[in-house]
Design a binder for this molecule. Structure first.
Ligand SMILES: [Zn+2]
Length: 275
């Protein structure tokens, strides 16, 4: 396996650097970004792009965070969670393995989470997205009854920057309306699919405007980092987690020792934009 450079740097450089630079280490709130909690059966893939977490690793991660005193906050309470060793758990893509493999673990630790649904892939029966089974509306309602929150991850999970204005508006508005119709609850949060167009200011302004007019109160992105007073309401950073995040690395991520990687993420997007 490739040496995991981000792991080595996070534990050997990120930790002392964070300790040195930060006066208020807990003024930021980590939002974890999970996708599938399952056994990976696909082709070899770079650790950075893995979106699966093995069920036994997921349990180990939650166990370690719980033992270290971390408690979950609801996503919509992220602003008031700073400084209280609170973190937020989110899942993208609406996979059914959440129901069987993640939720029981969360429940055993008294943890809550927000699941973001690509609305077109949630049906009366279990549909498939990206080769994995998704939740059904019945399962969504059951989970909601047990404290799980649901947000929008668009209707069809497209690359939003490539859509015409009308298509973008539909992805934002129709997903919210559909989830609200099936759950009977207001959808407050939006999760941006694929790489967040961090440097595309005009697009972000258009999107923020659409989100606000549709009635969303916050949005999460794939930008790496933790939420602070400086974060933008519709582009909150998250910490990606997968099966290679053993408890020491995950603990370091929550403590902010992974935030340095955002500079590289941002730089590589800038380089791609000019090439
Ligand atoms: Zn997604």
């Amino acid at each position: 396996m490739l040496p995991r450079l981000d792991r080595i740097l996070t534990l050997s450089v990120g930790r002392p650097l964070t300790a040195l630079l930060s006066n208020t280490p807990e003024a930021s709130v980590p939002i974890l970004m999970y996708h599938s909690v399952s056994e990976y059966t696909g082709p070899p893939c770079h650790p950075y792009y893995r979106t699966d977490t093995h069920p036994s690793m997921f349990r180990a991660q939650m166990e370690a965070l719980h033992a270290a005193g971390w408690r979950t906050a609801d996503l919509d309470a992220v602003d008031s969670a700073a400084g209280a060793r609170r973190f937020v758990i989110t899942f993208d893509d609406g996979y059914e393995d959440f129901y069987h493999s993640a939720f029981p673990v969360l429940q055993s630790f008294g943890y809550t989470a927000t699941m973001f649904l690509p609305a077109a892939y949630i049906g009366e029966s279990n549909l498939e997205f990206d080769g994995r089974r998704c939740l059904s509306w019945t399962q969504v309602r059951q989970l909601q009854g047990m404290g799980i929150s649901f947000g929008s991850h668009t209707v069809t999970h497209p690359k939003l920057t490539q859509l015409p204005a009308e298509g973008l508006r539909r992805e934002v508005e129709d997903s919210k309306a559909s989830i609200e119709h099936h759950t009977g609850k207001t959808v407050a949060a939006f999760s941006y699919p694929y790489a967040y167009p961090e440097q595309d200011r005009p697009f972000r302004r258009r999107l923020d405007d659409l989100l606000e007019r549709a009635g969303y109160t916050l949005g999460v992105s794939t930008m790496i980092g933790r939420v602070s007073a400086r974060s933008e309401r519709y582009g909150l950073p998250r910490l990606p987690v997968n099966t290679l995040d053993d408890p020491p690395l995950l603990g370091a991520k929550l403590a902010g020792e992974y935030d340095w990687i955002h500079a590289f993420q941002s730089l590589s997007k800038r380089l791609r934009a000019v090439s």
